[in-house]
Design a protein around this ligand. Structure first.
Ligand SMILES: CC(C)(COP(=O)(O)OP(=O)(O)OC[C@H]1O[C@@H](n2cnc3c(N)ncnc32)[C@H](O)[C@@H]1OP(=O)(O)O)[C@@H](O)C(=O)NCCC(=O)NCCS
Length: 355
């Protein structure tokens, strides 16, 4: 068995900067409200019709390959994590393969849908492939172009102010250096709360889950017609195609699960929070990260926060933050890096990496 290490990392954020004041032109919100509740000052949006989740992912992937000293043609497996894919199907993995000019059909491409914990799930999958010697250069990308599908009216303001676009990527390679690389990953889920943070339409559910919960939605489904369930006119008229979130509930779960899953990873290696050199939490909300920092008794310099600049970029948030921390020297050779995420599903997870 090998160990797997992050051999290269890179990120890409699109050039359009949208601050909170600009959003208040479309919806009833304010810079003060957004900063006070989330810490977010501004976020980036991709150039519509010119960029996509895949193309931003490709920029990050190229940077990660360059950083690893490989050409994209040497990648032997692709994992793409996103909740805002270019297409419903096929996934962004194959689109990325094409975008990077990888014509080798020996390469597999896998899309994963674990939202905010997508990067950690992807890291764990990549780790298993690399450890067993099956692949030598696994490209893992987390990318989102939320701006194309969020509600910019006051109705959607609780969600829309939070999310931003961007991409991050890593290349995983085997190493035989003792104690180096990915030390452990911990993954969890609880589908009880699937609808608390979700985009449920378009979809094939046909109200099934809501009827079961005793809260059927009025989507005005045509009586018995198949083929008209994914998206009805009423869904469009009522904004039911947009993501929805019970913010307070998500907040409460997040502040419980982040410390729990970080401690689980540390305990499994007989380490303590004091051993962490850098914690890179999923950038969900600055208040969540500050709460986690406080309960884990971590210093400011132990925690990476960049949500102020980018908002919540879901599957891209950890690799963007980690990439910035590597670039500015906060992550060094030998650093103990802890990654942790919580989000829609609910799914959550953590990873410990000796850099
Ligand atoms: C979304 C979140 C910032 C909302 O903050 P909150 O303090 O819980 O606010 P509430 O949802 O209770 O809403 C309070 C009021 O602000 C209003 N509001 C919601 N979004 C607003 C916005 N963008 N601007 C101004 N007012 C807003 C609400 O309508 C509500 O008004 P009311 O009291 O008149 O009904 C917060 O719940 C949160 O961060 N949750 C976690 C979200 C998260 O991390 N998601 C990603 C997980 S990966």
């Amino acid at each position: 068995m090998y160990q797997s290490k992050i051999a290269g990392i890179g990120h890409y954020v699109p050039p359009i900067v949208v601050d909170n004041n600009e959003l208040s032109n479309f919806m009833d919100t304010s810079d003060e409200w957004v900063q006070e509740r989330t810490g977010i000052k501004e976020r980036r949006y991709g150039q519509k019709f010119e960029q996509t989740t895949t193309t931003m992912g490709a920029e990050a992937a190229k940077a990660a390959c360059e950083n690893a000293g490989i050409s994209p043609s040497e990648v032997d497996f692709i994992i793409f994590a996103t909740l805002s894919p270019d297409y419903y199907f096929p996934g962004c993995g194959v689109l990325l393969q094409r975008e990077l000019g990888i014509t080798n059909q020996e390469v597999g491409a896998l899309d994963i849908r674990n939202q905010c914990s997508g990067f950690i799930y992807g890291l764990s999958i990549a780790d298993q492939f690399v450890k067993t010697g099956m692949y030598k250069n696994v490209l893992l990308v987390g990318a989102e172009m939320h701006s194309m599908g969020i509600d910019f009216s006051t109705r959607g303001r609780d969600v829309s102010v939070i999310f931003g676009d961007g991409a991050g990527a890593v290349v995983l390679q085997p190493t035989q250096e003792e104690g180096k690389g990915i030390l452990t990953t911990k993954l969890h889920s609880d589908g009880t709360y699937a609808e608390k943070l979700a985009m449920i339409n378009p979809g094939s559910h046909g109200n099934y889950h809501f009827k079961k919960m005793g809260e059927p939605k009025d989507y005005d489904y045509p009586d018995t017609k198949y083929g008209e369930v994914f998206m009805t006119q009423k869904m469009m008229d009522t904004g039911a195609q947009y993501p929805n979130m019970e913010g307070r509930f998500v907040f409460k779960m997040a502040v419980q699960k982040f410390p729990e899953v970080i401690m689980e990873a540390l305990n499994s290696l007989k380490l303590t929070p004091a051993d962490i050199d850098i914690l890179v939490p999923h950038q969900a909300n600055l208040r969540i990260s500050q709460f986690v920092q406080k309960v884990m008794k971590l210093r400011d310099d132990q925690v990476v926060n960049n949500i102020q600049k980018y908002g919540n970029t879901t599957a891209a948030s950890i690799p963007i933050a980690l990439s910035e921390a590597v670039q500015d020297g906060r992550v060094k050779e030998g650093s103990l890096v802890c990654l942790a995420a919580f989000g829609s599903g609910f799914t959550w997870g953590s990873a410990l990496i000796r850099w």
